[in-house]
Design a protein around this ligand. Sequence first.
Ligand code: ATP
Length: 822
Amino acid sequence: MADDGMLLNFSIPETGFLNKPKFKGGSWKDRQSAKRAAGHWHDRATGRLNGEKPTNKTTSNPNRTKLGERPKQKSNSPEPERPTERLPKRPRVSGEFKPAAARDNTEQEEFRPQSNPNVTKSTGEKSSGPKGGKQIISSLFSFNPTSTTESLPKDQSANDEHVEPSNAPLSSELETFTSLGISPSLATHLLNKMEMKAPTAIQKAAIAQLVKDDSDAFIQAETGSGKTLAYLLPIVQRLIEISANMKKRKVDEAVQRNSGLFAIILAPTRELSKQIATVLEKVLGCAHWLVAGTVIGGEKKKSEKARLRKGINILVATPGRLADHLEHTEALDVSNVRWLVLDEGDRLMELGFEEEIQKIIGNLNLRLRAKKEGDAAIPGLPNKRTTILCSATMKMDVERLGQISLKDAVHIRADPKDLDGTEVAREEGFFAPAQLKQSYAVVAPKLRLVSLISFLKRAFARKGSIMKAIVFFSCADSVDFHFSILTSELEKFFEGADAQKPEATDEKASDEASQKKAKNGKAVIESDPTKLDVTHTESSLLSPKTHSVSAYRLHGSLQQSLRTSTLQHFTKNKEPALLLATDVASRGLDLPNVDLVIEFDPAFAREDHLHRIGRTARAGRDGRATIFLMPGCEEGYVDILKSDRKDGEAGIHIGRQDANEILKKGLITSGVTKDKNAFMDKATDLQLAVERWALASPARMESARRAYQSHVRAYATHVAAERGYFDIKQLHLGHLAKAFALRERPSGMKVPGLRTGAGRDSAKGATPRMRGATKDGNDKSGGKAEIEQVDPSEDAAKMRKAVRAREKFMRHAGQADEFNLG
Ligand SMILES: Nc1ncnc2c1ncn2[C@@H]1O[C@H](COP(=O)(O)OP(=O)(O)OP(=O)(O)O)[C@@H](O)[C@H]1O
């Protein structure tokens, strides 16, 4: 064609003619897949898939890191690649906050489809993301449920008036151990060696009664009020007197180890038995001729038998093991037993020890009668046996235990007059110590994890303000998962950190990578949630620059020896320390210097709640307790917390905190910031770092999924009376998954060893049942308990029945309130 001199006045665009078409009509999904297909061909045409630099503005900055931004797309990043298209927005809810970092194209819930997010295109390296092709990265601050208690007063625990402690030693000079009938030598020993000057109110009541009277007794008093010494001191005093009498009469030598077994103390767990034995040993420091011993299992029966043969005067035992010895150990002569103590009576019943206790009592009665008919008893030894039942709570099952063990028992409680008038209201029932400052935190499910970390960061920020804290979880898997986060090197997973690189997948390399020498010379061991042998290490996440904070974990799936050594280490640690635990740590344990208890998962029943918070504010010391509740029906539980006193709201102040305050206090550490919402960015960064940390390792992802599933199942098992507050049907499973660092749909989760749930529906009916659990909280198989889950398709009635069956099973199988799931 001849050149006619005409110039065409348009230029060819850089990207060629293949501009992305706009799609209209059809469903959202259709438009989305059409866009994706077009994007694919568009990318091919522009050479992007061949490694050429993208020219399109949308992809020029793929490194948003805050929510709604793209993280730096390093070539070996574990983050799955995301599509570049702007996704359709969900309608904004009026008044909803949009964090600065999220004010571009990806607020609220993003569904990010991609063909296989487990393999990043650039490197082909594996990440541990959800199978099934979808990641849900939702904004932390959008679509959260609103609180129903927002207008109530905030936490005023800091400026609360001083409240007189209700479980402290009595302050009047007239109140001494000797005035109650304790010998001067024992009283001096208590003062000099155990720093105990005066009795507590319950000790005053119990000692006065038990040193002079042989009636059976039921001792009931609040946590941390010194019940252990309330029954130990009178027994030791009586034995000292018998011994002194024998010496005086010169009939015989004083009491010694082979004079016979005079007292048995039964406790529900090995931990508690050991603790009682330790206190007893200390008391016996002034009566060294009396010998104490334990039979609690966990060691060879042969060594226990040998100890029994050598002679023990006061025996601390778990019911199962004692019943066994009574049957099989000839050397165990119980004909001189004149005191039987059943400590933590309600727990003994919950753990299903009724049968063993009946057997033991039957045996003791038989031998006592035989002895009476036979040769003369030790001079001064009472003719009848005194049985003492000891419990902080007065549940139906304690009454039942009373029926089988006590006869014409005296009910021993603290005299209200000794309690400085806090008191009349406390006369009945079971209450928390008056000086304990309680609060509740209303935290939406998505914000739970970041709020917990923030809360702990704040608590441990200043050395000395909180020395020791305990966080309670509903299940062992959740303890493991949170322990591994708190002890991880999370800083590597924040925006811009080098270590967004996926970690070496082979075990040795990853072990080497995670075991580094810290500056202070202490080994920092990033805990692998699947390895149960690491139970304490430094928490770099919680340790401020000025001091280090150690994290510990404790639950029933750990081996007994590990549980014991962990508790010992935590007890002896003089530096700030945090214990993550299930209810295995809630009863009777006397851990020194615990300033703070956090119930991250509320207890399954109010009594358990009181035992948990009773780990702090002991023997007159101060303490704080905070329970995490989710907005909605859970907030109604505050009324139950307040009913801690008879006069309800008027009598008890429970401060309120919300997630925003917790995040601000915990995450904004550098004074004043102009941006009111800076804490949201910080929280988002933290959340994303945890999600990346989890995604970088299959073991962590599995741990997250297990923790999530076990948590949901445990949630379904609150006692019937409180299920209205903890209603599994109201639980937002998707939001909750975020608090377990999960980016996948609950329905798609597959956890080895657990049957696949069907998301929300399955959770409704989730009814775990454990097999192989023993009364000591261990799993017979040595591993973790097996779980049976009710089919999601079962109807509600069937599910409820299954929940009831589980409760019954737990009562009998010895796991009344702990889930060692998965
Ligand atoms: N008279 C006393 N003076 C000072 N401290 C005491 C006194 N009696 C007990 N204590 C201390 O009080 C703490 C709590 O005692 P103990 O464990 O016996 O309480 P408890 O009532 O059994 O609690 P729980 O119901 O939680 O088992 C212990 O640390 C103990 O040493």
